[in-house]
Design a protein around this ligand. Structure first.
Ligand SMILES: NC(=O)c1ccc[n+]([C@@H]2O[C@H](COP(=O)([O-])OP(=O)(O)OC[C@H]3O[C@@H](n4cnc5c(N)ncnc54)[C@H](OP(=O)(O)O)[C@@H]3O)[C@@H](O)[C@H]2O)c1
Length: 240
């Protein structure tokens, strides 16, 4: 039995992960701001516990961790997505909100949660396949996720001597409340349960990078190998 903390577990991928790990008999701490949704999730599941805090507030995370003991796996999955529709009338407030939600919050989590990870434990950061290529309107979201991938790759080197493994997750499109707002085609979209299965498998194998679904990731990686203008032509079509 492992002790696992998952942020962003009140819906979507995080919720599917929390249910999966709890059903396997692990002790799971499910994070989110929405206390009611977390209490409902944990009801009648004695090994599932709410971890309620706003991750953009360092003090709230500190208070929430007060009663935690050592953890085997920490999955920093919480995040949000907002698009910048007009690149000329650039919305700096929106940009700050997304960076705060997806990146700065992870820094606060690392400050308070890293000391709780056991030697031999694992830290998992949920980034996005959006970080492989520039997508129109994903200016803020993609920047936050590219930074998260860099952070994970750096921590992988730095935490190795401390006996902590680091994985970064790059999901393609997953059916969750986050993507329900999208008004465009989402090729290769999978369910939150399928995403959770891929992540669980990757963590169990100790993979440094967990990329899925396979075909969509291959499609994106192929374009990273081509001259820049090829992807620019494809991306420009997304803006019309
Ligand atoms: N869905 C996709 O296609 C997709 C693709 C690539 C990557 N991802 C990434 O996967 C992760 C999970 O996304 P999802 O699709 O499952 O989205 P989701 O269903 O909207 O879930 C987001 C979770 O993050 C939590 N959260 C957001 N801001 C928070 C904050 N300030 N403090 C605490 N918790 C916060 C939300 O909880 P509360 O509302 O209760 O606070 C919720 O549980 C995100 O990092 C996302 O960027 C998703």
């Amino acid at each position: 039995m492992k002790s696992i903390l998952i942020t962003g577990a009140s819906s979507g991928i995080g919720k599917a992960l929390a249910l999966h790990y709890a059903e396997q008999g692990n002790e799971v701490f499910a994070g989110g701001r929405n206390k009611q949704r977390l209490v409902e999730l944990c009801l009648h599941r004695p090994n599932l516990h709410p971890f309620v805090c706003d991750l953009t507030n360092s003090n709230e995370i500190k208070s929430a961790t007060d009663n935690l003991s050592l953890l085997d796996i920490v999955i920093l999955n919480a995040g949000s997505c907002e698009y910048i529709d007009d690149p000329v009338q650039f919305d700096g407030e929106l940009f700050a909100r997304v960076i705060n939600s997806n990146l700065i919050s992870v820094g606060y989590c690392l400050q308070h949660l890293l000391p709780l990870i056991k030697k031999g434990g694992q830290l998992v950061l949920v980034s996005s396949s959006a970080q492989f290529l520039p997508f129109p309107r994903a200016t803020a979201y993609g920047s936050s996720k590219a930074a998260l991938t860099y952070l994970a790759r750096t921590l992988e080197i730095e935490l190795k001597p401390h006996g902590i493994g680091v994985s970064v997750v790059h999901p393609g499109f997953v059916e969750t409340p986050l993507t329900a707002k999208n008004d465009f085609d989402m090729p290769g979209i999978i369910s939150a349960e399928q995403a959770a299965q891929a992540i669980v498998k990757g963590i169990a194998a100790g993979k440094a990078e967990i990329n899925f679904p396979f075909a969509f990731i291959c499609f994106l990686k192929f374009f990273t190998l081509l001259p820049r203008f090829v992807w620019q032509k494809v991306a420009q079509r997304m803006t019309v």
